[in-house]
Design a protein around this ligand. Sequence first.
Ligand SMILES: *Cc1c(COP(=O)(O)O)cnc(C)c1O
Length: 396
Amino acid sequence: MGTLALHGGTPVRPTLLPYARQSVSEEDIAAVNAVLRSGWWTTGPKVAEFEQAFAAATQAKEAVAVSNGTAALHVALYGAGITAGDEVIVPPMTFAATANAAAFLGARPVFADCDPSTLLLSPAEAEKKITKKTKAIIAVDYAGQPCDYAALRAIAQKHNLILAADACHALGGFSEGKPVGSLADLSTFSFHPVKPLATGEGGMVTTNDARIAERMRRFRNHCMTTDHRERQEKGSWFYEVTDLGYNYRLTDIQCALGQSQLKRVPTWTKRRQAIARMYDQAFATMEGLAPLHVREQVEHAYHLYVVQLNLERLTANRNEIFQALRAENIGVNVHYIPVHLHPYYRKTFGTSEGLCPVAEQAFERIISLPIFAAMTDQDTDDVIEAVKKVLSHYAK
Ligand SMILES: *Cc1c(COP(=O)(O)O)cnc(C)c1O
């Protein structure tokens, strides 16, 4: 297939294909412009409109908009009453914010290992980590695949725990016929430009619990008893601060963009699923790699398309394959370094190698290939061609 670009050959593509990228329409731009021309830039009517549309789309009773996905996790755990000294069970194969959210509240993140075929939190491993101090489990819909919520809900009920879903990858996915956002007590979303819906920065928490939703709305606004709009409507200046809260508000400008984007989520999900099917087909007969297993009865949202390299069949390691694919102008990425191996976790919580062997071994082999709704069939073919070129070069 020719010399690798890494060794001076011609790259498969002339320009870099990123691993993810937002889509924007004229309708999105018009929605933002309308808010810019209106008087309300924040804490205005667009916040409730976006929240209601998002709740409807995810079949949740309540949706609370916040400034980013990290804030969504913090707000969700506060809403659930997590406090200093509590333990929160989290998987290691996630972005650090999942575990950080417990630490923000003085709670201890406790790592439970993943299932080796999906890299999703293993319900059995999670149950093993439950102690008297455990208050919540955060499951992460890694890559966009919903976790085994039936098993996780049963464990949470048995031990009287809150079940939260970090669904930052999974907007648009379904499990057992129900949309992501309705599968746990609390579900969190991110609207960063690489995620399935983008508002620049942004986040959301969904829940069916009106009392928790109320706590979360206060917490995102300094735990004040009224917000700016409520005071304006009542002609009142009075408010009190009832607890230590934050400014985690999402602006009306962003909410208008989010509401406009939300309409296209089903179409985008279908497109990413179609790209994933093209990858699945192309890679089915290749010995150097294997896509992650997809569970039955789920509709995977494919925020990421993660493959595991079969290192026994290759003469190169993951980092060398990564460099070779980048040289071909394929914007591959790695999700994630297991969270318990980050220096902050080692020094603060005493975590180290051996704590989650499944995630640690998977980490040596994983690579994320580009996948986003605006990718063309030609882009997809370029990725497949580059993967074939690189893996055949390094085949044992
Ligand atoms: C993106 C992401 C977050 C954090 O979201 P931000 O909007 O970047 O703060 C948290 N968890 C997971 C799994 C994510 O992918």
